[in-house]
Design a protein around this ligand. Structure first.
Ligand SMILES: C[S@@+](CC[C@H](N)C(=O)[O-])C[C@H]1O[C@@H](n2cnc3c(N)ncnc32)[C@H](O)[C@@H]1O
Ligand code: SF4
Ligand code: SF4
Length: 328
């Protein structure tokens, strides 16, 4: 039976030109020499999907990016590309726009070169990224900038939103740094007080400048309660696995969420039904962390991001690690 799915995050490659301090996907690094088109063809054979979100690694490092986009568009699928846009590849961006990419999501952590470049560990990255954003816009492409909130960049938040206004970018994603394996996780994580203060500032900016601001990293409500920030649209992690941010890498390996390190199967071997309704997949709903057992917010909050718990504790039974980092 063909599965009907709203969105697939497709990790076209795991290579990357940046080395961001905050990257949740670094442990997936390594050289890859295969062809993701084979995986995409298999995906379209077994599923009807509405949107393909191409991510990685850095998609623009893949020589198969344009081919994958064209193929998806021929199937009538909406295509979004998540890119750091720091490689100078104007011809490629022009071709992607022509091929029908609906949206480019580009991370800009700060308007200050030194801050952004330090966070992505590449000198000169911000300058290239901003040049590409202007180029994409000039050529008719839509750009959604995203900021990853860490201890490093919160000081320049207002200036960064100012920069977005000058670039006429009025829909913005602001995500807290989601804790993941890596040397810098403690150093990057904001305290509860600073995170709340930051979201307050973003909420005010959204209101004053009439911006559309979304925030998609699930956060425990006892750290950040969406009802306190009425001008920010918060995403939630749905119970139904079909609506989770299902992620497939170039080899066909499937994960329930891009932030989760755990592979639930491979599209060349297992059916979606087997992968999405396994006892492990069900445990994302069934496992209620002890910490949350008596909490009235649980139905909406779900203990924050279960993928982050898997990153740090290798278990979705423990509440989001941000609570530990903030010494609950
Ligand atoms: C893994 S990246 C891959 C695509 C591309 N290389 C890029 O950076 O845009 C996908 C998205 O996840 C974001 N991201 C990476 N690590 C994160 C983390 N620990 N918490 C929140 N967002 C993160 C990036 O900023 C980017 O928007
Ligand atoms: S550019 Fe993207 S994939 Fe590369 S290190 Fe940064 S967040 Fe990770
Ligand atoms: S469900 Fe758990 S993480 Fe969420 S608000 Fe309640 S205690 Fe905090």
């Amino acid at each position: 039976m063909r599965e009907e799915l709203l969105n697939i995050n497709f990790e076209i490659t795991n290579t990357c030109n940046q080395n961001c301090l905050y990257c949740y996907n670094k442990h997936n690094r390594g050289e890859f020499a295969g062809n993701p088109m084979r995986t995409l063809l298999r995906l379209f054979e077994i599923a009807d999907i509405k949107q393909l979100t191409i991510t990685g690694g850095e998609p623009t490092t893949s020589k198969h990016l344009l081919e994958c986009v064209v193929h998806a568009r021929l199937q009538g699928v909406k295509v979004v590309v998540i890119t750091n846009a720091s490689l100078v590849k104007k011809k490629l961006f022009k071709q992607l726009i022509k091929a029908g990419v609906s949206q480019f999501q580009v991370t800009v952590n700060s308007s200050v070169n030194a801050i952004h470049d330090k966070m992505v560990a590449i000198n000169g990255a911000l300058q290239n990224t901003l040049e590409n954003i202007s180029f994409i816009k000039k050529n008719g492409g839509e750009v959604i900038p995203s900021i990853i909130l860490t201890t490093q960049n919160v000081g320049s938040l207002e200036d960064t939103v100012d920069l977005f206004q000058r670039l006429e970018l009025r829909t913005i994603m602001v995500n807290r740094y989601n804790i993941s394996k890596g040397d810098f996780s403690k150093e990057l994580t904001l305290s509860t007080d600073r995170l709340r203060e930051c979201f307050q500032r973003i909420d005010t900016l959204a209101n004053v400048h009439d911006l559309t601001v979304t925030s998609n990293v699930c956060t425990p409500f006892c750290i950040l309660n969406p009802k306190h920030y009425p001008n920010i649209q918060f995403g939630a992690c749905p119970d139904d696995p079909k609506f989770k941010p299902i992620t497939i890498d170039f080899s066909g390996d499937v994960r329930l969420c891009n932030h989760s390190p755990r592979v639930v199967g491979n599209i060349f071997r297992e059916t979606f039904n087997e992968m999405l309704y396994s006892s492990y997949a069900n445990s994302w709903v069934a496992n209620i962390p002890t910490y949350c057992a008596d909490c009235k917010e649980y139905d909406d909050c779900k203990g924050g991001c279960k993928a982050a718990s898997e990153q740090i504790y290798n278990s979705n039974l423990i509440v989001d690690p941000i609570l530990d980092y903030n010494a609950r």
